[in-house]
Design a protein around this ligand. Structure first.
Ligand SMILES: Nc1ncnc2c1ncn2[C@@H]1O[C@H](COP(=O)(O)OP(=O)(O)O)[C@@H](O)[C@H]1O
Ligand SMILES: [Mg+2]
Length: 489
């Protein structure tokens, strides 16, 4: 067998009281994908950041082709051929794609670079104008551009830190194939994920992290249940709460209703085009669709973050179409955004402060602790600043605030995208609990899994319109039909 390209030797990293990594020793060989699997907060991103020179380890070191080193900046890691793509594309919005790539490579945006970049994009099957400003790109496009940018540098080790987590299924497959292409050329890949299915799809070997320690390294023949067991330990695995669907039940009074809604996107094109729907008390209605089919704009319009050009939004019969968002919140209509970093929470404040900000009433420490415990926020100390939490835990803080009050209606947009399997179940059960307590829940999602898990009605949205509605206690049986409607229609 060849020699490892990279080894980590007893890496340790601590943040205050939190031990993020504890004696992590791993190796990755040329031509293989090493999956690093672990639940939210298990230390995956910390490991990635040390390997890319963003964090300095407290103890331990790295060996690159047998030579001991530690990186004190990404520059040094890059010089060794080590690159990182993560959940957040590292691009400068005010520059074009070509300028971003040029800056990253440290060369002028010459005709030659332009040619090489187009050649690579072509090879990857990505059609995009490289003179476009990055601010005009969708999240998905940015993620591909970020990957292309890094591949331009011909990485010897590519670290992928949950970079595909956000992508819709078809595009994710393409993204993953591109990453696999690197392995075929003899490169090494460290593929970081909290999703077991994705891990199995990608990995040649699997290292499982739990609370900062490597609890197991497995070969190609490993199965999902072994990985799950390693990831979560002997902890009782959480089961889903039963859906509140009763066949032939009388129609619940609508709490949230949307009539013939027309909403434009930033470019003046209709993003939501004639949508009508109602959500009753205690109901969870899901709107599913591939990214960019208007789900996001629909959610924003309902909660008052986007102007409605035609149609009505009603909450308990009251027309709220043109009411400011804060007034809707006061009336019990709340929003759970997809990206808690940008919209959901105040990063500089502590968990406790974020909760108080949201509930607008006094919140006791006991109540806070109960709420954070219910969602398993880690660390659960309410006095920790949200900025110090891992991505999934930030979303949990954003969600756990809902438990402080029982809102009349909840609009949630891809609320579990950042969560690991266990946290996902907790969060979805929480939506179920809110519905059981009488909230009307509108779940806008790009993830059919999540929608089928909790909702009793699934509406498929394509190009701003609802094209099909599926209803019943066992929507699982419609999965394939729904998928087909989502991509074609
Ligand atoms: N910059 C930081 N400051 C304080 N704590 C941090 C910081 N980065 C990570 N942590 C903590 O370290 C632990 C591991 O986080 P992280 O590596 O982001 O986990 P993962 O990527 O597996 O979700 C978490 O408990 C997190 O709160
Ligand atoms: Mg992470």
């Amino acid at each position: 067998m060849s020699k490892p390209f990279l080894q980590t030797v007893n890496l340790c990293k601590r943040f205050g009281d939190v031990i993020a990594l504890s004696d992590v020793s791993l190796d990755v060989y040329p031509g293989e994908v090493l999956v690093v699997l672990g639940e939210n907060g298990s230390g995956k991103s910390t490991l990635a950041k040390i390997l890319y020179g963003l964090y300095f380890p407290d103890k331990g070191y790295i060996k690159v082709e047998g030579i001991s080193t530690v990186f004190s900046s990404p520059m040094e890691a890059k010089r060794k051929g080590i690159f990182l793509v993560s959940q957040r594309p590292q691009l400068i919005d005010d520059m074009t794609i070509l300028e971003n790539v040029a800056m990253f490579l440290g060369e002028p945006p010459s005709r030659d670079l332009r040619k090489r970049l187009y050649a690579l994009l072509n090879e990857l099957g990505i059609t995009i104008d490289i003179d476009r400003g990055v601010h005009t790109l969708s999240y998905t496009e940015k993620q591909f551009v970020d990957l292309a940018k890094v591949l331009m540098a011909r990485p010897r080790l590519l670290i992928v830190d949950e970079a595909a987590t956000y992508l819709p299924r078809e595009l994710k497959r393409r993204f993953l194939n591109i990453v696999k292409g690197l392995r075929a050329k003899g490169g090494s890949v460290i593929y970081i994920t909290h999703k077991i299915g994705e891990a199995i799809e990608m990995g040649d070997r699997f290292a499982v992290l739990r609370r900062g320690s490597v609890v197991g390294v497995f070969g190609l023949s490993v199965d999902a249940s072994t990985l799950r067991q390693a990831m979560f330990g002997s902890e009782e695995y959480l089961t889903r709460i039963a859906k509140g669907f009763t066949q032939g039940a009388p129609q619940k009074p609508p709490v949230l209703s949307v009539e013939n809604l027309l909403v434009f996107d930033e470019y003046g094109k209709p993003a939501v085009n004639g949508v009508t729907l109602t959500v009753g008390a205690g109901e969870i209605v899901a709107i599913v669709g591939i990214t960019g089919n208007g789900q996001k704009e629909l959610g924003e319009a309902v909660v008052g973050l986007r102007r409605v050009s035609r149609g009505r939004v009603r909450l308990n019969g009251v027309d709220v179409t043109h009411m400011p968002a804060c007034e809707r919140v006061r009336r019990g209509l709340v929003y759970v955004p997809e990206d808690p970093f940008r919209e959901g929470v105040a990063m500089r404040l502590t968990i406790a402060e974020n909760m108080k900000l949201f509930s607008q009433t006094k919140v006791s420490r006991e109540l806070l602790e109960t709420v954070t415990r219910k969602l398993d926020v880690s660390p659960s100390n309410p006095l920790v600043a949200v900025a110090k939490l891992s991505g999934g835990n930030v979303q949990k803080v954003s969600l756990s605030r809902l438990l402080l009050t029982t809102p009349k209606a909840v609009v949630a947009y891809s609320p579990t995208r950042m969560l690991d399997e266990k946290s996902r179940v907790l969060a979805l059960n929480m939506l179920q609990r809110l519905a059981d307590a009488g909230s009307a829940v509108l779940l806008l999602s790009e993830d059919l899994e999540e929608a089928l898990h909790v909702s009793t009605r699934v509406c498929v949205m394509v190009s701003g319109r609802i094209v099909r509605v599926f209803e019943g206690p066992d929507l699982e049986g419609y999965r394939e039909v729904i998928e087909r409607v989502m991509v074609h229609a």
